[in-house]
Ligand binder design. Structure first.
Ligand code: SAH
Ligand code: F3S
Length: 453
């Protein structure tokens, strides 16, 4: 009988949140979560497909689990983004995998547990247009710090960026109701959480439509809540919780969202704004729906309205047909914007995407790697300049954990999402403190707590 489970997770914050949904469902079936994989009799791998490397890692993990399975009776489930793309599942399923579940099918878990105990293989990879798991409160049992956490507000994505598998692996975009989101945030606050990050592939396209009856059966009205309204709602109803959000597609980010960020102290002054490329030609090939100029104007609007706002990006190097000139356009855009930090990736040609079907993956791996390195090098320079700006300033920091390098120090973040460490002196996890910045390393600010300012 299955009694104890363990989840191995890959990929983005969405998967971290989904692990919590899975855990919540399994706990309701009286299963126990165990930290050590060797103690589990059910092992679930929550997979990621975004780049080829992520899929290779999962494959290797499955081979390891297969070796475990030979020694002991264990059940293995593969769930998440990879399951609709798994050709190898057909080869491996008989020996290794007991069930396969898509990201919209986790409610099936109680039934599956029974089914696999009777040695029946189970698979459901269908996507849903409605599932948001809105009535399932995610289990936080393995959230270690109990200070910051995620709340998913939309699932799926309707933007068909030509390089991206997400619309195929996670399906159509749907939004969770504001009431549900508020209830979840409220409950987290009552549990002691101090910060929530609202999650979606494209949070700015959040839209909830509610039908209201003005007079019984006579007139119907549709009330819509968009992302800026949702942000304002959470910021006002929960003034003591700090709010972040991720990810914003530049095409959908409105001026009203920027104004709401400015208006409320508890909304962090940090926006992750993936640009992907600084070349108009590449942006068009990627079907990103904005130009370099639109993007720059958006950044200027943000900086005019919220001068202290930190901005980060995602950039892909070596997309199909990217020339040296396109790459230089990207570097020049970076030089113009001087981002606070960023995430850079080597382009991975993903089967099933528009780019895979229509374009050639014609930039060599060496060139992709070199261009990535150019971007990393430039970002290091900008990050350093940016951190220097904070010297001698006083930052409001939420204490999130021990510093990784020295447990005599706390580690926390300011509104701009920068990591700040300072010496412990009787403070507690989850406390907000003021820290004077005295020095910095390549990615961290170092300071000392001050009592008054
Ligand atoms: N919703 C987000 C992106 C989610 S995927 C947005 O609007 O931008 C996270 C990041 O992974 C993307 O921003 C992109 O930079 C990167 N990525 C996605 N597909 C990729 C691929 N095929 N190869 C390399 N990087 C990719
Ligand atoms: Fe992917 Fe573009 Fe959506 S990067 S997640 S298709 S916004």
């Amino acid at each position: 009988m299955i009694k104890k489970f363990h989840i191995i997770s890959y990929g983005c914050q969405m998967n971290v949140y989904d692990n919590e949904i899975i855990t919540s469902i399994l706990i309701r079936c009286n299963l126990l979560y165990v930290i050590n994989i060797l103690d589990a009799d059910l092992i679930i791998i929550n997979t990621c497909s975004i780049r080829e490397k992520a899929e290779t890692t999962v494959y290797n993990k499955l081979l390891y689990l297969n070796s475990l399975k030979k020694k002991k009776k264990i059940y293995i489930g593969v769930v998440g983004c990879m399951v609709r793309r798994l050709k190898f599942i057909n080869n491996l399923k008989k020996n290794i995998i007991d069930f396969v579940l898509g990201p919209d099918q986790y409610r099936e878990l109680p039934y599956i547990i029974k089914s696999i105990e009777n040695n029946r293989y189970f698979s459901n990879v269908l996507l849903s247009n409605e599932e948001t798991y809105s009535n399932i409160f995610p289990s936080k049992i393995y959230n270690i710090n109990k200070v910051t956490t995620y709340v998913t507000i939309t699932r799926g994505c309707d933007n068909m960026c030509t390089f991206c598998v997400v619309p195929f692996t996670r399906g159509r975009e749907r939004s969770k109701s504001p009431k549900n989101i508020l209830n979840e945030c409220n409950k987290l606050y009552e549990m002691g959480y101090k910060e929530v990050t609202l999650l979606g592939q494209n949070v700015d396209s959040y839209l909830w439509t509610k039908e209201t009856h003005i007079k019984k059966n006579i007139k119907k009205e549709f009330k819509q809540i968009n992302f800026s309204m949702l942000l304002e709602l959470i910021a006002t109803k929960l003034p003591n919780i700090r709010i972040r959000f991720c990810t914003s597609n530049p095409h959908d980010m409105s001026l009203s969202v920027i104004k709401i960020i400015k208006k409320y102290n508890n909304i962090c002054k940090y926006i992750h704004l993936p640009v992907q490329s600084g070349s108009n030609k590449i942006l068009k090939l990627m079907k990103r729906k904005y130009t370099r100029l639109n993007y720059i104007k958006l950044i200027e609007n943000i900086r005019n309205i919220i001068p202290e706002c930190a901005i980060s990006y995602d950039i892909i190097t070596g997309f199909c047909n990217e020339t040296e000139k396109d790459h230089i356009d990207t570097l020049n855009l970076m030089k113009y914007i001087k981002y606070d930090f960023g995430y850079m990736f080597i382009y991975s040609h993903r089967k099933g995407t528009y780019a895979y079907n229509k374009y050639k993956d014609n930039v060599s791996f060496d060139i992709k790697k070199r261009r990535l390195y150019d971007i990393i090098k430039l970002q290091r320079k900008h990050s350093k300049l940016n951190l220097k700006k904070y010297l001698n300033t006083i930052q409001h920091v939420l204490i999130e954990s021990d510093s990784k390098k020295n447990s005599n120090y706390w580690s926390g973040r300011n509104s701009q999402n920068l990591i700040i460490i300072f010496k412990k002196n009787g403070e507690k996890l989850g406390e907000f403190v003021n820290v004077k910045i005295l020095s910095y390393t390549s990615a961290t600010l170092i300071g000392e707590k001050i009592k008054y300012y």
